[in-house]
Write a protein that binds this ligand. Structure first.
Ligand SMILES: Nc1nc2c(ncn2[C@@H]2O[C@H](COP(=O)(O)OP(=O)(O)OP(=O)(O)O)[C@@H](O)[C@H]2O)c(=O)[nH]1
Ligand SMILES: [Mg+2]
Length: 354
């Protein structure tokens, strides 16, 4: 799973990337055209709850890969714009960062900033759709059914694009359509999360600019989070004790990275389950609705191949009953078979035989 960070030049993409991945900004080559790629650990309060009741040697959080895509200045050449677009086509989800921290930002500048980037992406999708449609003509004349299905989809996609609107989100298309949209790398169909990058004195996002970002997201049926990327990047460089102290002095209990990472997971349609033993407690990421054998396969293909059953309980039940024996006694330890759909927030022990 890869999430691309996009936004106008100087909106704070690299600051956000550093905050997410714990990279020190000065270690990155700045202003370049090459994307930065890094892995963010998803802070997860459920891991702490599990560790409270099951003693272990190691805690392993789930991760998301982020790509910091360099902004394209208005006067940049076509080569740079194309390089940006080809990267944006490859990611699975998009974080669109909007500058709400500069002195001059207002609801009006936010609308203009979001629109200007969105127009670029719509034009890019429009171009792909038109040229791809053109390429289906000859095979359709030869009776190619796949080409016909592709053309039908492309015509549907061209409707909003020609109107200057993004493609409806992937979730609204049929499974074969989703596959085709992904294969074309349609950017505006990708799940999107808006990030209002606010100033240090607007951490709760009460400025007009931040509110405008949230409004825009809602109008597209998308999610938005408020974050001060520069502050989070500073926090990410501190050790745990110093971080807690700095958060405290700001009147905060948690870094905004946790909520942001969890929002990305949700936008991607992902859920988490956990494995817990005295060796390690670990968070795993699965598509929401995955079956027990599919979840087992995320850990190891052998577990999926030789799946017998899954013993599961909810993290909430662990918090209520404190140990597995009490959970079992309360009838909350379930034994599930191969058709079981794993629920978000379960601790699972897989029984298998290969
Ligand atoms: N005050 C404040 N400054 C910020 C914040 N986020 C970024 N900045 C500053 O804005 C400038 C640009 O930030 P970057 O993270 O480099 O922006 P970028 O989007 O990566 O820029 P390009 O890669 O050139 O497109 C830097 O000087 C940051 O310190 C923020 O939340 N608050
Ligand atoms: Mg940058």
């Amino acid at each position: 799973m890869e999430c691309g960070i996009i936004g106008l030049p100087g909106c704070g993409k690299t600051a956000l990337f550093c905050a997410l991945t714990g990279t020190v900004a000065s270690a990155l080559p700045g202003g370049g055209v090459k994307p930065h790629i890094g892995v963010a650990q998803i802070p997860d309060p459920r891991l702490d709850i599990i560790a409270k009741y099951i003693s272990t040697r190691k805690i392993v959080p789930a991760t998301i890969q982020f790509v910091d895509l360099p902004g394209v200045p208005a006067d940049a050449g076509a080569a740079r714009a194309n390089a940006f677009l080809s990267h944006a086509r490859q990611v699975e989800a998009i974080c669109h960062v909007v500058d709400c921290f500069s002195e001059a930002t207002s609801a009006a500048t936010v609308d203009k900033d979001i629109d200007s980037l969105q127009v670029e992406l719509i034009l890019a999708d429009l171009q792909v759709a038109e040229s791809s449609l053109h390429k289906t003509e000859r095979p359709i004349r030869a009776g190619d059914k796949v080409a016909k299905a592709r053309a039908a989809l492309l015509l549907k996609v061209l409707e909003p694009l020609n109107d200057g609107r993004p493609i409806p989100p992937l979730a609204q298309w049929s499974t074969p359509e989703q596959k085709m949209l992904k294969s074309y790398g349609m950017i505006t169909a990708k799940p999107i999360l808006y990030v209002a990058n606010v100033a240090e004195n607007d951490l709760d996002g009460s400025s007009e600019a931040a509110k405008a970002v949230v409004r825009h997201a809602q109008s597209r049926g998308a999610a938005a989070v408020v974050i001060c990327a520069a502050l989070e990047a500073e926090l990410a460089e501190l050790d745990e004790a110093d971080r807690a102290e700095m958060l405290g002095s700001l009147g905060l209990t948690e870094s905004a990275i946790g909520p942001l990472a969890r929002a990305v997971n949700e936008v991607l349609g992902l859920a988490s389950f956990y494995t817990a033993s005295d060796k390690e407690i670990r968070a795993w990421t699965i598509p929401a609705g995955a079956t027990a054998p599919e979840a087992a396969g995320v850990i190891h293909s052998d577990l999926q191949r030789g799946f017998i059953r899954a013993e599961c309980f909810a993290v909430d039940d662990l918090e209520r009953h404190h140990d597995e024996k009490a959970i079992r006694a309360a009838g909350k330890l379930r034994s599930e078979g191969k058709h079981y759909q794993v629920q978000d927030g379960e601790v699972i022990h897989f029984l298998f035989n290969v």
